[in-house]
Ligand binder design. Structure first.
Ligand code: NAD
Length: 377
C-alpha cells in the first residue's frame, strides 16, 4: 500500500467534497495507492480546524505552510479560481503533485504558467473535472468513441443555475472578475471540458453575454458586477462538428441543471443531470417499430465508472463523481498520467477565454493552440 498524503487548500464546499472523496474512495474502489487527507488550510483558524477534524486532518491558516509540510505529497487546490495558478505554481516548485479544481486558472496566461510550472518541476497534475467520472456521461463518451452514434455532427450543452437570480444576493468572490472569473469560466468550463472530451478540440467560437444584475450589495455599499450572468456560444470543432453551449446563473428554479446531447450520423445520446443515472440513446439502426430514444440505466457492471458501487437500480449521486475521481487518481498515480491534466485544463481555459472575447467583439474567434498568446486580431 502506497500512501499519498494530501493537503487540501480551502475548506468550503469543494474542500469538504474532496476530503470526503479521498476518505471514501478506498472503501468503494480500493487500489494499491491510497490518498489520505492529512491537512486542510483556510484563513479562519477555528472554522478550518472544525472542518479538518471531521476528516481526521490537521489544519493550517496559511496555504504556503501547508505546501511546505514534509508530510504533504499532493496539494489539492479548492479555493476560488483567481488563486489557483499561484498556489499550483508554488506547490510544483516545492516538488508536490497537484490536483486543482476547475477552472485551472482565470486566463490563458495564468493557465500556461501553471502548466509550465508542473512540467518544469516534473510533478503529476490533474484538474477536477469530476463530471467525466459519472457513469452515464462516461458511457456517452464511450459510445461516441466506439462509433455507436456514427460520425458526430452536433453537440449541445446547457448548464443552468439560479444562484444569481436574486438581486439581493451579496457581492462575493463569484462576482469578482479577478477571483471567480466569469460564468463562462465557472459553469462553461465544465461544458467545454465535456465537449472536448467527448467530441475533440474546439477550433472557433461565437458568443453573446449578458449581465442582468449590474450591482450587488456589499458592506461598503453596492459594488458593480464585472462578469456575465449568462452567456451563449456557437462552437465549431476541429473535426467539423458544430455545437451550442449555454451557461447561465440567472435561470429561476434551475439548480445546477445541465444537459448534454450528441447527434451523430446514425444516433443520438442525451444526458440530463437531473436524472444522472440514465442515458437516452436512439439509433437509425433500431427497430422502426420502436422509433425514439431508449432510457439506458448506466448502472451495469459493464458500464464505465460503476465499479464498487451499488447493485443496479440503486443509482449513484454527485458524490460518486468525486469518489470516482479520487479512485481514478489512485489508479493512475504514481505510474501514469491522469486525464484531465493541466494541459487539458489549460485548453479549456483557452476556449473559455475565446468565448469571452467573441462576446465582447461580436465576431467569431479562433481558439489558439497551446503556447500561443491569444490575439484579438
Ligand atoms: N467540480 C465541481 O463540481 C465544483 C463545484 C463547485 C465549485 N467548484 C470549484 O471549486 C473551487 C472552490 O469553490 P467552492 O464552491 O468550494 O467555494 P467556497 O466559497 O465554498 O470555498 C472557497 C474556499 O476558498 C477559501 N479562500 C481562499 N482564498 C479566498 C478568497 N480570496 N476569497 C474567498 N475564499 C477564499 C475560502 O476560505 C474557502 O475555504 C472553485 O474553483 C470552483 O469553481 C467545483
Amino acid at each position: 500500500m502506497i500512501e499519498r498524503r494530501v493537503g487540501i487548500v480551502g475548506y468550503g464546499v469543494m474542500g469538504r467534497a474532496h476530503a470526503y472523496a479521498y476518505r471514501t474512495a478506498p472503501l468503494v474502489r480500493p487500489h494499491d495507492t491510497r490518498f489520505v487527507p492529512v491537512v486542510m488550510s483556510g484563513r479562519d483558524a477555528e472554522r478550518v480546524r472544525d472542518v479538518a477534524s471531521v476528516f481526521g486532518a490537521e489544519s493550517e491558516c496559511d496555504w504556503r505552510a501547508l505546501i511546505e509540510r514534509p508530510d504533504v505529497d499532493v496539494v489539492d487546490i479548492c479555493t476560488p479560481p483567481g488563486t489557483h495558478a499561484e498556489i499550483a505554481i508554488a506547490a510544483a516548485e516545492a516538488g508536490k503533485d497537484v490536483v486543482c479544481e476547475k477552472p485551472l486558472a482565470l486566463n490563458s496566461h495564468e493557465a500556461e504558467a501553471a502548466l509550465t510550472a508542473v512540467r518544469g518541476a516534473g510533478v503529476r497534475h490533474a484538474v477536477g473535472f469530476n463530471y467525466r467520472r459519472l457513469p452515464a456521461l462516461s458511457l456517452l463518451a464511450e459510445l461516441v468513441r466506439d462509433g455507436a452514434l456514427g460520425e458526430v455532427r452536433l453537440f449541445r450543452g446547457t448548464w443552468l443555475s439560479d444562484e444569481f437570480v436574486d438581486p439581493a444576493t451579496p457581492f462575493d468572490w463569484r462576482f469578482d472578475r479577478s477571483l471567480g472569473g466569469t460564468t463562462i469560466a465557472d459553469l462553461g468550463s465544465h461544458l467545454v471540458d465535456l465537449a472536448t472530451w467527448i467530441i475533440g478540440p474546439i477550433s472557433a467560437v461565437a458568443a453573446t453575454s449578458s449581465t442582468f444584475v449590474t450591482e450587488r450589495p456589499a458592506p461598503q455599499g453596492p459594488r458593480p458586477v464585472e462578469i456575465d450572468d449568462a452567456s451563449s456560444a456557437l462552437v465549431r470543432f476541429a473535426s467539423g462538428a458544430q455545437g451550442t453551449l449555454e451557461m447561465a446563473r440567472s435561470a429561476p428554479r434551475r439548480p445546477c441543471d445541465f444537459v448534454v446531447e450528441v447527434n451523430g450520423s446514425v444516433g443520438t445520446a442525451v444526458f440530463s443531470y437531473a436524472r444522472l443515472n440514465e442515458l437516452w440513446v436512439g439509433s437509425t439502426e433500431d427497430d422502426p417499430h420502436l422509433y425514439g430514444l431508449r432510457r439506458v440505466r448506466a448502472e451495469m457492471p459493464s458500464h464505465p465508472e460503476t465499479g464498487g458501487w451499488w447493485p443496479v437500480g440503486q443509482g449513484v449521486g454527485y458524490d460518486a463523481s468525486l469518489v470516482n475521481q479520487a479512485a481514478d487518481l489512485a489508479a493512475a498515480w504514481p505510474d501514469d498520467s491522469y486525464d484531465p491534466d493541466f494541459a487539458q485544463g489549460a485548453a479549456v481555459v483557452r476556449v473559455c477565454e475565446a468565448i469571452e472575447h467573441a462576446a465582447e467583439q461580436g465576431r467569431w474567434v479562433s481558439v489558439e493552440p497551446e503556447g500561443v498568446a491569444h490575439s484579438s486580431g
